[in-house]
Write a protein that binds this ligand. Structure first.
Ligand SMILES: [Zn+2]
Length: 437
């Protein structure tokens, strides 16, 4: 055995025994080889004593634009229209591959530091980001979303998003023992056409990829689609066959009951992004109703320019609080259900439900430790409640992906964080500010 965690309060996220006190979790060959309340027979190369700590599955960020870390705090308190067209799009037109890699590296460091081990990413230059993720040890599902405003002029053979997706499939899909995956992606209903959706869906079906898409983020988007096409964005995508692929839809703030039924029937997932939706004034997704209708709900941060952090613990807490506040029913989404969205739900959304999201034998060893031996978290009556309502990503003291420790007690093992911050500030920030071209 490579590593043995002992005396841990284990939040397994397995419904038959969600919490294991004084637990032992053994890691071998990148997988969880042992879970129990007595020490295993086999000795371990390294034993980590976890008294006062919680061991839980690494969190899954099901919707991120990781490299937007470059724009943390760059455009706050704007209307969505001004934010996107006057601030974000002009910067994105200036970003080169080096700047995107700088942002992605800092973003991965932040995720690992705050307990996220797997991310679904939608951005540009994704083959280079895949190589970076391989190097950093991070688990990622990467996509470059198709945008096609001019249907007559659109040619998938010359579309950079399609070319990058094909490069991802060819060079990185399944790399790192399955850590790196290529996803197909349609940016959104309002930024392309049914012929494009069918092409991307075919690509996903041919290669067995998940399909990421933004759906019904804002009321305007939702209602404009109904005015233009006579149906909701979900229904329009469904009618074009998009839901034949395994869909992971970000936001879903304005989904109708019928839209939710399409998600439930097709096994599609919603990446609920509460912080981003609040910050851009988009609204509050009806996740309690989604749950009631059998929709898989995961959590995402969205880009760091509409959040402004990759600390998924914020989303977990808000996922529980918002539904209580909106419904007036404090039992509508409880702490355990919110934590499940960030683990089991995220794993399912990524098509990795048999791989990650639980502390169970045979699963990949993507694990985090929360240091609960702290005046900020004591006393502990219910560790799930402490993890959801009191802990933040800053309480994470160890992060492991596939059995490899990537962060421990202030030290990163695969990322030179000083260098990463310097590269962002010296190289990329001037580009963001328009000082270079
Ligand atoms: Zn997004």
């Amino acid at each position: 055995m490579d590593v043995l965690f002992q005396n841990a309060t284990v939040l397994t996220l397995c419904d038959d025994r969600p919490v294991l006190k004084g637990g032992y979790v053994g890691i071998a060959g990148g997988k969880i080889a042992f879970v129990g309340i007595a020490a295993p027979q086999e000795p371990a190369a390294r034993t980590i004593d976890c008294r006062g700590k919680f061991l839980l599955p690494g969190l899954v960020n099901a919707h991120a634009h990781t490299a937007m870390c470059l724009m943390r705090g760059y455009a706050d308190d704007y209307t969505l229209q001004d934010w996107l067209y006057q601030k974000i799009f002009p910067v994105e037109a200036r970003l080169d591959e080096r700047a995107i890699l700088a942002g992605a590296r800092l973003g991965f460091a932040e995720m690992l530091r705050t307990g996220t081990t797997s991310a679904s990413d939608m951005y540009f230059r994704e083959p280079a980001v895949a190589a970076l993720a391989l190097e950093c040890g991070m688990r990622v599902s990467l996509s470059n979303a198709v945008l096609a405003f001019n249907e007559a002029a659109y040619d998938p053979e010359t579309d950079r998003a399609i070319q990058e997706t094909r490069a991802l499939i060819r060079d990185f899909h399944g790399a790192g023992n399955g850590r790196i995956r290529a996803d197909a992606a349609i940016h959104a209903e309002y930024t392309s056409y049914p012929a494009v959706w069918r092409y991307v869906t075919e690509l996903a079906l041919t290669h067995g990829l998940c399909l990421q898409v933004h759906v019904s983020e804002t009321r305007k988007e939702h209602e404009t689609c109904i005015a233009r096409r006579g149906v909701t964005p979900t229904r329009a995508l469904y009618d074009a066959g998009v839901f034949q692929a395994k869909v992971l839809a970000a936001h879903g703030v304005w989904l109708t009951d019928e839209d939710m039924d399409i998600f439930a029937e097709t096994g599609a997932s919603v990446a609920h992004c509460p912080v981003s939706n609040l910050k851009l004034g988009s609204g509050i997704a009806r996740t309690a109703e989604m749950k009631r209708r059998g929709v898989n709900v995961a959590l995402g941060t969205d880009g760091c320019c509409s959040n402004n952090t990759h600390d998924l613990f914020e989303e977990v807490k808000l996922a529980a609080l918002l539904q209580k506040g909106v419904s007036g029913d404090p039992t509508s989404v409880n702490a355990y259900e919110a934590l499940k969205m960030a683990t089991v739900g995220g794993a399912k959304a990524q098509g990795r439900e048999n791989e990650i999201g639980r502390v169970a034998e045979g699963f990949d060893a993507d694990l985090i430790l929360i240091d609960a031996d702290s005046p900020l978290l004591r006393p502990v009556y219910d560790p799930v409640s402490t993890a959801v309502y009191s802990a933040t990503g800053r309480d994470v003291c160890l992060t492991m992906v596939q059995g490899r420790i990537l962060y421990e007690n202030g030290q990163f093992t695969t990322i030179d964080v000083e260098q990463a911050m310097h590269e962002v500030e010296a190289y990329a920030v001037p580009i963001v500010l328009g000082a270079q071209s």
